[in-house]
Write a protein that binds this ligand. Structure first.
Ligand code: SF4
Length: 540
């Protein structure tokens, strides 16, 4: 006789509609739930806001629109509007418009909180719109989250990408959730931060996070969010005084150096808000009996990679504390919160920064400490060791298997009691298991019945260029098809190439989705240049 279900009343619909308790959420559902929770938070606070969602699909955020449509009319009835955008740039521009509502005397609500989404190349494509949006700002009763679907492993993109570098270049704060629960918590935090500082706030949604699912304790998140200090309390606790001309969206915001000054003022506001409202967490704090000597800083998904390494090495957080190892996990990765980071490094001789890809946190930490006095300036290791040799990979995806040897060696070097190097497993597949020599290998191919099976064929003697989409697979089907270009650029590389070659003509494949997104601009360019090529709009 099986045990009775603990929660027989639980349904799959709870993922979106439960108000409390523990729910099972996918990363995509978390983004929708965020909007619903923000609406509820505002209503409870007496604010009559609305939500707005816009973006363009693409893995790992390929199913957001589908999830909204599945949620049905109830989503709109809860005050959330969805605009499926033609492309990411126009989605960002639409989001910008929502921040104007709060200052419109004819407005139909108090303000609009907005969520933009797009995969990494979409962040790049929308760069000018997002940069303008961040500079023009958010409204105090609105706020903007910029959710970047980052494919660090290049599993479904033309190239790997990391959007936090672009966010940083635009002076846009960055939040790095490690799992689905943090997508929800950090998303709510992002709007609170955006309302305070006037910035748009970036939220990285790595494939491994947003394409996963997990149980989420809504009560815990709501309790944490309820504890965040509001604007008055932040100013009182931090001493922060916004400039008299304000930090938020204004209309019109004509070209002037005031925009640049305001961007700097916004970052000062971010620092004040983050100082008072922390989403960074101290994971391990040694006791005075065994004072901290070295430290580890983690951020986002890399934190879970690190914790998995500890598990594989049979090292507990208590053992780290006993060995004088302090561990700090960042939620806000740009700008790092300076007072907590200075407190973190206090007494430490060396810090190891564990983060995905480029050294976003490590570079900021080094800059923060560069002029610190002796004794408050530990060595900082991360992408390179103390001698400048490569240490933690800045390319590809971070995984426990790529970290374990480094962490084991680093811990062993600092405390013999933590020496578990004997437990480091070699994850290189043994020769015996390699299928490199197999005579039969299966390459990915078009689905049976897919129009690409025939539409990507070319006449004998002709060549074709692929584009973004499944039809790129024609590249390995002996169809004289080769190359790749960014979405929306299809054929324009040939426009210039054709000027300097004796090759008279090529075919350019263009998916109908890409045509709608931006491809027709490429066709206009080719026509304007009187280039000789044939576009095939692949309808599927
Ligand atoms: S485009 Fe064709 S190959 Fe790609 S998923 Fe659809 S049917 Fe399959």
């Amino acid at each position: 006789m099986p045990d009775a279900l603990v929660r027989p009343q639980a349904t799959l619909a709870d993922a979106l509609w439960a108000d409390a308790g523990t729910v099972c959420l996918s990363g995509t559902q978390a983004l929708l739930r965020l909007l619903l929770m923000q609406r509820a938070r505002d209503a409870a606070a007496g604010l009559d806001t609305r939500g707005f969602l816009s973006g363009y699909r693409g893995s790992p955020l390929g199913a957001v629109d589908l999830a909204v449509w599945r949620a049905g009319a109830a989503f709109a009835e809860r005050g959330i509007r969805f605009l499926p955008a033609v492309n990411e740039e126009l989605a960002a521009t639409a989001v910008l418009g929502t921040q104007r509502v709060a200052s419109d005397p004819e407005r139909s609500c108090d303000g609009v909180f907005a969520l933009w989404y797009g995969k990494g190349p979409g962040v790049d494509r929308a760069g000018d719109a997002l940069k303008h949006g961040n500079a023009y700002g958010s409204s105090p009763t609105g706020g903007v989250l910029v959710v970047a679907g980052d494919d660090h492993g290049c599993v479904s993109s033309s190239m790997p990408h990391q959007s936090d570098l672009a966010f940083q270049a635009w002076q846009m704060p960055v939040l790095a959730p490690a799992n689905v629960a943090e997508l929800v918590e950090f998303g709510l935090y992002g709007w609170a931060l955006s309302r305070y500082c006037g910035n748009w706030v970036g939220l990285t949604a790595l494939s491994e996070v947003v394409e996963s699912a997990g149980t989420v304790d809504l009560d815990l998140i709501q309790a944490r969010a309820a504890a965040w200090a509001g604007a008055e309390a932040v100013r009182a606790a931090s001493g922060h005084r916004p400039p008299a001309e304000g930090l938020h969206y204004r209309w019109p915001d004509l070209p002037s150096l005031a925009i640049e000054t305001r961007l700097a003022d916004k970052l000062a506001a971010v620092a004040a808000f983050a100082r008072v409202n922390a989403i960074d967490r101290r994971i391990v704090e040694p006791t005075p009996a065994a004072p901290a000597r070295v430290g580890i800083v983690t951020a986002g998904k890399a934190h879970l990679d690190f914790m998995e390494v500890l598990r594989r090495l049979d090292i507990t957080t208590e053992q780290l504390a006993a060995a004088g190892v302090r561990v700090h996990k960042l939620g806000l990765t740009y700008p790092i919160e300076a007072t907590r980071m200075r407190a973190f490094v206090c007494g430490l001789a060396e810090v190891l920064v564990i983060e995905e890809k480029a050294p976003v946190v490590e570079t900021q930490l080094k800059a923060l400490l560069f002029n610190a006095p002796d004794g408050a300036r530990p060595r900082v290791l991360g992408k390179s060791d103390a001698e400048g040799r490569p240490l933690i990979a800045a390319t590809g995806e971070l995984r426990p298997s790529r970290l374990i040897e480094i962490v084991a060696a680093w811990l062993a070097a600092h405390d013999a009691a933590l020496d578990r190097r004997a437990q480091v497993r070699d994850f290189t597949p043994p020769e015996l298991l390699s299928n490199a020599a197999d005579a039969v290998r299966r390459l990915p191919y078009f689905c049976a019945g897919c129009p690409h099976n025939t539409s990507t064929r070319v006449p004998a003697g002709s060549t074709a260029r692929p584009g973004i989409g499944c039809h790129v697979m024609a590249s390995w089907m002996e169809r004289s098809t080769a190359g790749l270009i960014q979405m929306g650029g299809e054929g324009v590389d040939w426009v210039s190439h054709a000027m300097f070659t004796r090759v008279p003509h090529v075919f350019q494949n263009l998916g109908d989705g890409t045509y709608y997104h931006s491809g027709y601009l490429a066709i206009r360019q080719a026509v304007a240049a009187k280039a000789t090529l044939t576009y095939k709009i692949l309808y599927n």
